[in-house]
Design a protein around this ligand. Structure first.
Ligand code: KIV
Length: 272
């Protein structure tokens, strides 16, 4: 059985970059409260995201769109109370990024109230001026490409992105531009494994994947999927880590172990 290894040092952006350079995988998960944040940290999860997925798994909405800045603040403060060394990342919710100035005001407010280290933002090329502005004022960002759940209606559903040649080239170019604009981390959601591998090899910043295959620097899943308590159909890229485990702690420790050893994700959780 995998023995959880609590984090010994504060996880920082340079630390994640070092892991990338050493080709060491890191584990990320979502959390929305103090108790799970503590447990994740005890199991060695390096990055904890207060995702706007809370709109679906905590609040029971059909999409992430109704989540407010106050929701992220509330859950962000609760998660922050449970973390000592793991990196805390917060999602910027739908409607909080309508201009570089608005994004700066909202990101500053979130960081002041939660002491999060990184904010994550969705958007295609529209992220560029926002990332640039946040970087200018010293705010660390995780840009999010591929499937963008906040744009589900515009995209016409939750679908794998970057499959067509032109779309793949566009995603690679945008990823390079985002790194150039000052993004500190990139997250790829539902992207063909080959494209995610190419983006990861091209960028110097760490790349986190969810449904992006095994050849990225870190993996993330929604906690409820890992614990098999998500209602309805489970996404193909997720895995029930409770199977064959006798406690939640064992399941999370198993997730960390499989990410670090490269066992998760395999082909059955990836897209071609
Ligand atoms: O909101 C969220 O939980 C996310 C993850 C799916 C990466 O953005």
């Amino acid at each position: 059985m995998y023995i959880p290894k609590p984090l010994e040092d504060r996880i920082t952006i340079p630390h994640l970059k070092q892991l990338k350079q050493q080709a060491e995988k890191f584990a990320c998960l979502t959390a929305y409260d103090y108790s799970f944040a503590r447990l994740l940290e005890e199991c060695g999860v390096e990055v904890v995201l207060v995702g706007d997925s809370l709109g679906m798994v905590i609040q029971g909405h059909e999409t992430t769109i109704p989540v407010t800045l106050d929701d992220i603040k509330y859950h962000g403060r609760a998660v922050a109370a449970g973390l000592q060394n793991a990196m805390l990342m917060l999602d910027m919710p739908f409607g909080s990024l309508n201009s570089p100035q608005q994004a700066l005001d909202h990101a500053s407010e979130l960081i002041k109230q939660t002491e999060a280290q990184v904010v994550k933002l969705e958007g295609w090329e529209s992220q560029l001026p926002i990332v640039e502005n946040l970087a200018h004022f010293g705010i660390a960002t995780c840009a999010h490409l591929g499937l963008q759940p906040q744009m589900v209606h515009k995209m016409g559903g939750y679908r794998v992105q970057g499959k067509a040649e032109g779309a793949a080239a566009q995603m690679l170019a945008t990823a390079v531009d985002l790194e150039g604009a000052g993004a500190d981390i990139l997250l790829l959601e539902c992207v063909p494994a080959g494209l995610a591998a190419e983006i990861t090899a091209t960028l110097t910043i760490p790349v986190i994947g969810i449904g992006a295959g095994p050849h990225v620097d870190g993996q993330i899943l929604v906690l409820q999927d890992v614990l098999n308590v998500t209602a309805g159909k489970k996404p193909r890229f997720s895995k029930n880590f409770m199977q064959d485990q006798s406690s939640i702690q064992d399941a999370i420790a198993r997730y960390v172990s499989e990410v670090k050893s490269g066992k998760f994700p395999d082909e059955s959780h990836s897209f071609a």
